[in-house]
Design a protein around this ligand. Structure first.
Ligand SMILES: NC(=O)c1ccc[n+]([C@@H]2O[C@H](COP(=O)([O-])OP(=O)(O)OC[C@H]3O[C@@H](n4cnc5c(N)ncnc54)[C@H](O)[C@@H]3O)[C@@H](O)[C@H]2O)c1
Length: 340
């Protein structure tokens, strides 16, 4: 079978990671890139010797591709998904699937009846400790899950400097979507009710009109209760860009994951103390490795082999519905029941 011809929409920070895997994987061929910024599209196109465009409809017209990676900002996934679905392309979309009910409805309408594979890149499904917890839970090692605590925060550099569009998203969409997916996957159920409180002021005082953090409680249909913390204002001196912890407590046991404040590797330089990344996207012998790349590779392999994808579209739709309910709860200052 021919290699999977991959196109890319969104040639920013994370689009560059996608481009590298599309071009390196032995089962894919990177064929074209599109970015509304010609400069960004051209940069990646020149690096990999592919065609570039500033309009994805034109890209689909002119270049034959089998699948497309959508790596536009959080709030700008719907239109490219719909365009790709209309042309029957398989889709790997960055998280979250959508950030509004309107976008979600448009996406679901466009995907209706299409024989294409669609996956949202919740790459924690390839995170080694998360996967170990999941398999042990499924084997019944800790019995029925009673409670969960997940904390997935960013240093303030992310909304202040890394993302030009932070105030059109939030820590809930940017990292909370991962948190919700991890909780749903491990708990093996969906929350029926959420209650959330946010804190505002620190980012606003710096000119970014978005909440600083959300503290959320999720009540699951199987009786588990989860607490989820997502903050975008950790000091830049935190030893790693993320602060990521997870506790899963069951009737017969418990897991504690300390993903970023671990002592796996501590680095002390004259002017810096840090925990360098060795799991998410390290380079080993020059090759991009780690969980963030594994999800992209897995998509290519499963599309090539016509296998079922690891994350279903329904699961990703649920994540968006849950976050919309969390935002409603913040607004109403009361618990919100979730409609699926
Ligand atoms: N930065 C990260 O570490 C990271 C990690 C994992 C996932 N993600 C996800 O990847 C997505 C992109 O994030 P990023 O950090 O790369 O953002 P970015 O701003 O660096 O890149 C987004 C790119 O999309 C382009 N774009 C916007 N609208 C477009 C359109 N209609 N057509 C074509 N191009 C368009 C922009 O010009 C920009 O180059 C987000 O959903 C984010 O949550 C980011």
């Amino acid at each position: 079978m021919d290699k999977i011809k991959m196109a890319l929409i969104g040639a920013g920070t994370w689009g560059s990671a996608h481009a590298e895997i599309y071009s390196q994987h032995h089962l894919s061929e990177f064929v074209a890139v599109c970015d509304s910024s010609e400069e960004k599209a051209k940069k990646i196109a020149q690096k990999y010797g592919v065609a570039y465009f500033t309009d994805y409809e034109e890209m689909f017209e002119k270049v034959a591709c089998d699948a497309v990676g959508i790596v536009t900002p959080d709030f700008a996934h719907a239109k490219p998904i719909i365009a790709a679905a209309n042309r029957n392309k398989h889709i790997l979309c960055e998280k979250p699937l959508a950030t509004t009910q309107e976008d979600l409805d448009l996406i679901l309408n466009a995907l209706k009846g299409k024989d294409i594979k669609v996956m949202v890149d919740f790459h924690n499904r390839w995170n080694p400790p998360v996967c170990k917890i999941k398999s042990d839970v499924d084997e019944g090692k800790i019995g029925k899950i009673v409670s969960a605590y997940i904390r997935l925060n960013d240093i303030i550099y992310v909304p202040m400097e890394m993302l030009s569009w932070a105030e059109k998203s939030s820590i809930l969409w940017f990292l909370g979507s991962h948190s919700v997916d991890v909780l749903n996957w491990i708990i093996g159920a969906l929350p029926e009710k959420v209650y959330s409180v946010c804190h505002k002021g620190i980012l606003e005082s710096k000119g970014i009109n978005v909440p600083d953090l959300y503290q959320t409680i999720l009540e699951y249909s199987n009786g588990a209760v989860a607490t989820m913390e997502n903050s975008w204002i950790l000091p830049n001196t935190n030893p790693y860009v993320n602060d990521y912890k997870l506790n899963i407590t069951g009737e017969k046991g418990m897991f504690n994951m300390d993903f970023s404040h671990n002592t796996l590797l501590e680095r002390f330089l004259e002017d810096e103390a840090s925990h360098p990344d060795v799991i998410v996207k390290p380079r080993i012998h020059g090759k991009p490795t780690g969980l963030a790349y594994e999800s992209i590779r897995d998509f290519i392999e499963r599309v090539y082999n016509n296998d079922e994808l690891i994350i279903s579209i329904e699961e990703s739709v649920s994540v968006t519905r849950i976050i919309l309910a969390i935002m409603e709860s913040v607004k109403k200052k009361q618990p919100v029941k979730i409609e699926y």
